[in-house]
Design a protein around this ligand. Structure first.
Ligand code: HEC
Length: 138
């Protein structure tokens, strides 16, 4: 009789334990479900792209336009027109790759107003090239 009571109480506590554990699991999954969903604001630029953007605004936007659409204030009178960075790669002379853009910036493009910007130095040229690629892709 005693043994039976022990068994019952043992299984009761196992049952209780199972309930508690099960309950814990439920809370856990509720927590996951309630995880805050981040609002989908426009992704911020990386610090590197922010630097490139500043260099671009100071040296390039007057011809290429703030977003690189080739519509800067000085663009109207230029022939050829400044490249629209959204133009497909086949319309670029040196290409919208980092190597192609650095070639353009180091040598300029003869026969127009796209002069060399070598004086900015390798570090700034690399940053602005990355920003041009960003404008090409976004
Ligand atoms: C005085 C106006 C002017 C300024 C300032 C200028 N560009 Fe240009 N850019 C042009 C013109 C015009 C072209 C088109 C040249 C052509 O098609 O022969 C061009 C073309 C380009 C191209 C396309 C090259 C290709 O492969 O076809 C890139 C990239 C470029 N510019 C980057 C820059 C960057 C970066 C700056 C600033 C550091 C800058 N440009 C400043 C006028 C300008």
């Amino acid at each position: 009789m005693k043994k039976r009571a022990l068994l019952i109480s043992a299984s009761a506590s196992i049952f209780a334990l199972a309930l508690v554990l099960n309950c814990g699991d439920k809370n856990e999954s509720k927590k996951e479900a309630a995880a805050p969903t981040t609002a989908s604001a426009a992704p911020a630029l990386t610090p590197e792209l922010e630097q490139g953007k500043e260099i671009f605004a100071a040296n390039c936007a007057s011809c290429h336009g703030e977003k690189g659409a080739g519509d800067g204030l000085a663009a109207a009178n230029l022939n050829p027109k400044p490249r629209n960075y959204k133009a497909p790669a086949k319309e670029w002379k040196n290409g919208p790759t980092e190597a192609g853009i650095l070639k353009t910036l180091n040598n300029g493009i003869p026969g127009g107003t796209m002069v060399a910007f070598k004086y900015l130095g390798d570090e700034k040229l690399k940053l602005v090239a990355k920003y041009v690629i960003y404008l090409n892709q976004n």
